[in-house]
Ligand binder design. Structure first.
Ligand code: GLY
Length: 306
């Protein structure tokens, strides 16, 4: 037995005190709090890390302050295209979806892929079809597309350069946990990059890139410029440095993010180990993030200096 721990993120990026309004900041903090509550309620009652990360991410998907589920960014043509993954460190079983458009909580669809198919990753209309067959709740475009995202999308299109949000301002959400039995799990969900097209998919649903869990090492959920996180195999790289390289948790994370930076990428990670340790790190000005554990310690933060 070990003490449980839970860590969540709501995306890393250009988060500065003078650009995030007090209302946005307070709304995001409330969302992070609610997500922690959902996951901690499960872990505190002896539930599994897998259930906790799914529950925590579902809350963030339903919260329009974050780029996942409701409030996801819009692709170039103005529609959402959602990616998510979940992974269980006990046996490295995992499920993921990419490019879904009608499923309200993509993380729960990812879990259904893991639990009810022989597959790991489903995409597009087929994944939404599978969701309907499994009774996973659906939602219309008006659920996902908030007025603020419509405004940001119109602004991007008005620039007229035919490209996506290269600054990748809008993040991703995720959770990692270690339960009282010492099992770890990770879940991540995102709308990806504002203005994306051609079926672009980032690191979130790619196991080993944006999401990974292995009881022999750790659970990882990433946020950032997905192309670089895929190229650096970030989540698996951190796990491998721990398991095979004998690195400390801090240096495994720091060295992996340094590699992302060297490639030209940016972002952050949250990591939980089977011993109950948890750490976050980011190479951006801020990251929406929060943590709690069996001792009752609780922390919610956004900016780099808090
Ligand atoms: N990190 C999320 C994405 O690049 O899609």
């Amino acid at each position: 037995m070990t003490g449980w721990s839970l860590m969540i993120h709501g995306g890393a990026g250009q988060l500065h005190r003078d650009t995030l309004s007090p209302e946005q900041s307070a709304g995001a903090r409330a969302g992070l709090d609610a997500s922690l509550d959902a996951g901690a309620a499960i872990l505190g009652e002896g539930g599994t890390a897998l259930d906790a990360v799914e529950a925590a991410v579902r809350v963030l998907e339903d919260d329009p302050h974050f780029n996942a589920g409701r409030g996801a960014v819009l692709g170039y043509e103005g529609a959402v295209s959602l990616d998510a993954a979940i992974m269980d460190g006990r046996d490295r079983s995992g499920g993921a979806v990419a490019g879904v458009a009608t499923t309200r909580n993509p993380v729960s669809l990812a879990r259904a892929v893991m639990a009810a198919t022989p597959h790991v990753l489903l995409s597009g209309a087929g994944a939404d079809q599978f969701a309907r067959e499994q009774g996973v709740p659906q939602a219309g475009a008006d659920w996902f597309a908030t007025p603020e995202r419509l405004r940001q999308h119109a602004e991007l299109r008005a620039r007229g350069d035919g490209w996506f949000d290269a600054e990748m301002k809008y993040g991703t959400v995720g959770a990692v946990a270690c339960d009282a039995a010492g099992n770890v799990a990770a879940a991540t969900s995102t709308g990806g990059v504002m203005g994306k097209r051609w079926g672009r998919i980032g690191d979130t649903p790619v196991l080993g890139a944006g999401t990974y869990a292995d009881n022999r090492a750790c659970a990882v959920s990433a946020t950032g410029s997905g192309e670089y996180f895929i190229r650096a195999c970030v989540a698996h790289e951190i796990a491998a440095r721990l398991r095979l390289g004998g690195a400390s948790l801090g240096s495994a994370i720091a060295d992996t993010l340094a590699d992302v930076r060297a490639l030209g990428g940016t972002g952050g990670v949250i990591v939980a180990t089977p011993a109950g340790a948890a750490e976050w790190a980011f190479i951006t000005p801020g990251m929406f993030r929060a943590r709690t554990d069996a001792s009752g310690h609780r922390e919610v933060a956004i900016f780099g200096d808090e």
